[in-house]
Design a protein around this ligand. Structure first.
Ligand code: ADP
Ligand code: MG
Length: 256
């Protein structure tokens, strides 16, 4: 429950409800992620670029949702907002019932690290670390020092094995092909066993066959583990493999 603001007399009823309760009445326990009335405008000098204007979305546990839309429609912006990386001007995002942008920054960082796995179009692997260390990275960010590193290594190796890259654990990312790097990124996204994976055009830099392999891993691992998946894509195959497809158009999401 929120503490009443200084100087504001607590009143009974609605005003005492938490932000998440106020915005959604009773919460559906199968709902993992919700975004409501998201507005985002970029300020560039004297110009304003309105990218999102009332985008809304619900993702259930274990559900896969594809987001399609023209280049520049705001898909990456939306995905960043959904994952707690970029604050909207108005509207909110609730992850597992918790209001991401009402939470203090440290709490938001922790929620993001433990509940969200990101996969980016350009992999975002750290070149100075080997493949195994790259996969372990999210765990290192949230585990207290002294936590058994051996367990982390075992888990990371298991995930690399699941994407067929256990034998490449000691290689650096640059020694891998694009498709292999993206499979490492998928393994990394799963390291903290997140509730949801947010993938931004994960096959955008890959040829069809390689892209298909990455997708099989992404969908396979999330399905196998009952995790939710939101994938931004131009790829019709990805879209058709998803439970739902939404089109981001004129700043809002439309079912198609
Ligand atoms: N940090 C930023 N500052 C200003 N404009 C931005 C910024 N990020 C994105 N944009 C603009 O917002 C629009 C939407 O971008 P983006 O979310 O990347 O779209 P998409 O992923 O659908 O291609 C584009 O016109 C882009 O140039
Ligand atoms: Mg984009």
């Amino acid at each position: 429950m929120r503490v009443a603001q200084k100087g504001v007399k607590p009143v009974a009823g609605r005003e005492l409800m938490t932000a998440s309760a106020r915005s959604g009445a009773t919460r559906d326990p199968s709902e993992l992620l919700r975004a409501a009335n998201v507005h985002k405008t970029y300020q560039m000098g004297r110009h304003e670029l309105c990218v999102l204007s009332g985008a809304a979305l619900r993702v259930r546990r274990g559900e896969s949702v594809a987001i399609v839309g023209a280049s520049g429609a705001g898909k990456s912006t939306l995905l960043h907002i959904l994952g707690g990386l970029d604050r909207p001007q108005t509207g909110g995002v609730w992850l597992d019932g918790e209001d991401l942008y009402a939470a203090p920054a440290a709490r938001r960082t922790l929620l993001r690290a433990t509940k969200v796995g990101f996969v980016f179009q350009s992999y975002h692997l750290l070149p100075e670390m080997d493949v195994l260390e790259n996969v372990m990275l999210p765990a290192m960010a949230v585990t207290r020092s002294g936590a058994p590193r051996r367990n982390m290594r075992r888990r990371a190796m298991g995930l690399l094995d699941a994407v067929g890259l256990a034998a490449r654990a000691a290689h650096t990312p640059m020694e891998l092909s694009g498709g292999e790097q993206q499979r490492v990124a998928v393994a990394r996204a799963l390291m903290n066993d997140p509730d949801i994976i947010l993938a931004d055009e994960p096959t955008g830099n890959l040829d069809d066959d390689t892209g298909r392999q990455v997708l099989d891993h992404l969908f396979g691992l999330s399905r196998h583990r009952g995790r939710s998946l939101v994938v931004v894509t131009h790829n019709e195959q990805i879209a058709s493999a998803s439970d739902r497809v939404l089109n981001l158009r004129d700043g809002a999401l439309h079912e198609i």
